[in-house]
Design a binder for this molecule. Structure first.
Ligand SMILES: Cc1cc2nc3c(=O)[nH]c(=O)nc-3n(C[C@H](O)[C@H](O)[C@H](O)COP(=O)(O)O)c2cc1C
Length: 381
């Protein structure tokens, strides 16, 4: 069928922009490189994905666009925030299905972010009020705070239980089962959440991991659990459907490393050997989850060490900068968090150099099924 005038003009602009050019990632044909970053929205009541997420994700879907879901708990010990979705039970799988369907109907490719919060939790989230689990028994030094429209809430992190070697195998199995569930729900693949100070990061980073067994000490030992998870998940669903998110340079959730450069390169090389689809890394300039700072650190050596698709995230709010990082070979794809949250039609707006809606931080983490969730306007509204 002959294309309409608007589409023709948009196609012409697209060809000249690296960020909006097509890209093949393993078995997936992406029509552009603008990725929806994983964004927890705390609207999955009682850990069950809700029907309002059908509209939210399908709004953010473009034909051939890659979406990464919000962090989804892999087991009943994984949660550390209210109303985050699970992917460990049949009920979760069934609840995810229509959401994934909505994305597929609009031509999107949808990966599920598999998450375990580790010690970034407290006993109220844990079965039978038990202690959260971690690589360590040292508690987090800061307080849990969730800023929301209603003023947010404060809670204490609980001292964690240090996983035994046997218990670690069980957690690896939980990741494997959750990946299987994600595929059953219809997701195209999974992203293993190894960033931002959660369980996997708590093993990698030497300021948290104080173990003396094969999962602690040397860099190789600290990366053993993360890589065993990746291996198990790849064996279960195929490495071409697996991605991993990392933030070696960040110290969010009291989880930093004394040598982030070596950690990042070691993980990138190891993931490369495992042949996974992508490595998704937070830019070192993100000094907190939301604030940019000045830094001389770059992801260049990680990029070089990883043979698959390299995704960068953090602070990409304008089109030119994202376009440049792709053009310069710094990344294959760029994930947008807050800009995509507030602009459901972000790829189209970037293509047209249209103005972007501003995000409203006060509604990031409320439980409203519409406000600040599915009511951000489209360009044509
Ligand atoms: C509301 C909100 C929720 C987030 N939830 C997640 C999450 O579930 N998993 C994750 O890996 N990162 C999460 N992040 C971090 C984002 O994916 C992203 O890395 C961060 O917002 C920086 O990118 P930006 O500058 O494009 O927003 C979240 C960020 C925001 C703003």
């Amino acid at each position: 069928m002959e294309k309409g005038g608007r589409e023709k003009i948009e196609d012409a602009t697209m060809e000249s922009m690296p960020l909006l050019s097509p890209y093949d990632m393993t078995i997936f044909h992406l029509s552009h490189r603008v990725v929806l970053a994983p964004l927890s929205r705390l609207r999955s009541y009682n850990f069950i994905p809700q029907p309002h997420a059908i509209l939210y994700y399908s709004q953010r879907t473009s034909k051939g666009g890659l979406l990464i879901s919000e962090a989804s708990g892999i087991s009943d010990t994984a949660q550390g925030l209210p109303n985050t979705p699970g992917i460990w039970k049949k009920e979760h799988v069934e609840a995810w299905k229509p959401i994934v369907d909505g994305v597929h109907k609009n031509g999107g490719i949808f990966f599920c972010q598999l998450w375990h919060s580790g010690r970034v939790s407290n006993t109220s989230y844990q079965p039978d009020g038990r202690s959260p689990i971690s690589s360590t028994d040292k508690p987090i030094s800061t307080n849990l705070f969730i800023g929301g429209g209603s003023g947010g809430e404060n809670a204490q992190y609980s001292p964690p239980h240090r996983l035994t070697t046997d218990e670690i195998s069980q957690v690896i199995n939980d990741f494997r089962a959750a990946a299987r569930n994600a595929i059953e729900a219809g997701f195209d693949g999974v992203e293993i959440h190894g960033a931002n100070g959660y369980l996997i990061d708590q093993f990698m980073k030497d300021q948290v991991n104080d173990r003396t067994d094969i999962y602690g000490g040397s860099l190789e030992n600290r990366c053993r659990f993360p890589l065993e998870v990746v291996q198990a998940v790849s064996d279960e669903i195929g490495s071409e459907r697996v991605g991993m998110r990392l933030s070696p340079f960040a110290d969010y959730n009291d989880c930093g490393d004394s040598d982030p450069h070596s950690l990042g390169v070691f993980m990138a090389e190891s993931l490369s050997r495992l042949g996974i689809a992508y490595c998704h890394v937070i830019e070192p300039r993100m000094v907190t989850q939301f604030e940019k700072g000045e830094t001389r650190n770059t992801l260049a050596s990680m990029r070089k060490a990883f043979a698959g698709t390299f995704i960068v995230a953090g602070g990409y709010h304008d089109r030119d900068e994202a376009d440049r990082v792709v053009e310069n070979g710094g990344a294959d794809l760029v994930a947008f968090g807050r800009a995509f949250l507030a602009n459901p039609d972000l790829p189209r707006r970037l293509r047209l150099k249209a103005r972007l809606n501003k995000y409203d931080r006060s509604t990031f983490y409320t439980d409203d099924p519409v406000i600040g969730y599915t009511d951000y306007p489209f360009l044509d509204d």
